[in-house]
Design a protein around this ligand. Structure first.
Ligand SMILES: NC(=O)c1ccc[n+]([C@@H]2O[C@H](COP(=O)([O-])OP(=O)(O)OC[C@H]3O[C@@H](n4cnc5c(N)ncnc54)[C@H](O)[C@@H]3O)[C@@H](O)[C@H]2O)c1
Length: 264
């Protein structure tokens, strides 16, 4: 059976993981490679990018690693150039990077607000802006932007800057889908729910909270009664990256075990 991304070049922003295990970005980069894509694994953390590339190559896949802070335009330029110089095109842009800032609208500092928007919104916009001209020139491509169900629903935590900066991701993705659909570019948003990733665990541990207790309060509300995994995000990303989703664009698709459907 043909692999689902055979012949495609995929640029994955935030392809590392902050610790051992599989975050959304690392699982997606690995799954893309398993399905035949040549992957550029980009991360702010050189060791995290290199680790993802090592795992992919160990599995027999093709991957180069690259370092960039996606909120810095020159960094994004450099990794896009590296992808084009190495493999000549970019068929899939997967924007996984996201940082969480605590605090409601009164508590959030201006600096925290700026930081969330610099990374979550501006960084993602920069990577789209630098890749779209290549996709237009080659006749199309698929952009997958990672957002959160917290961008469309209040989840019980006051993350004003995070929620607002991710809502900007949803709107930007819609705008790209409409503006560049005629050029063969599809752009979709994945709304992630409660996933058990190294980043999520690290945040709970850093706050000195008990992981099982915290996860228990989440899973009581999730219709499927469990946390999700990075692989479940990766499976949807794979579909959106592949030609199987050829008539799907401007969609916001949850991977959340049904949580978004709940009111109370
Ligand atoms: N884990 C969850 O429960 C959850 C829920 C909703 C949404 N999300 C979203 O999923 C995405 C990934 O989350 P995750 O928990 O799987 O993390 P992850 O394990 O995929 O790690 C993200 C990677 O991004 C990198 N990164 C951070 N800032 C960067 C920057 N400025 N430039 C380049 N790389 C940078 C980190 O070094 C890390 O390796 C984020 O966009 C997050 O908002 C996660």
């Amino acid at each position: 059976m043909a692999r689902r991304l055979e012949g495609k070049i995929a640029l994955v922003m935030g392809a590392g993981s902050i610790g051992p295990g599989w975050g959304n970005g690392k699982a997606t980069a690995a799954l893309f490679a398993r399905e035949g894509a040549k992957v550029v694994a980009v991360d702010r953390d050189p060791a995290a990018a290199a680790e993802t590339a090592r795992v992919i190559r160990e599995e027999g896949g093709e991957c180069i690693d690259a370092v960039a802070d996606i909120s810095v335009a020159a960094d994004v330029d450099a990794v896009v150039a590296k992808a084009i110089d190495t493999w000549g095109r970019i068929d899939v842009l997967h924007n996984n990077v996201g940082i969480v800032g605590l605090g409601n609208a009164l508590k959030v500092t201006e600096a925290a607000w700026e930081k969330s928007f610099a990374v979550n919104s501006r960084g993602l916009m920069l990577s789209c802006q630098k890749v779209i001209p290549h996709m237009v020139a080659q006749g199309g491509g698929s952009i997958i932007n990672i957002s959160t169900i917290a961008s469309v629903r209040y989840l019980g935590f006051s993350y004003a800057a995070y929620d607002a900066s991710k809502a900007a991701v949803n709107a930007l993705t819609r705008s790209i889908a409409v503006d560049f659909g005629p050029k063969g570019i599809r752009a979709n948003t994945i709304l992630i729910g409660m996933m058990d990733t190294p980043l999520a665990r690290g945040g709970i541990e850093a706050a000195g909270r008990d992981i099982d207790a915290i996860y228990g309060t989440y899973t009581d509300k999730i219709p499927l009664r469990r946390m999700g995994t990075g692989w479940e995000t990766a499976n949807l990303a794979l579909f959106l990256a592949s030609d199987e989703s050829s008539y799907i664009t401007a969609a916001e698709i949850p991977v959340d075990g049904g949580l978004i459907a709940r009111c109370l």
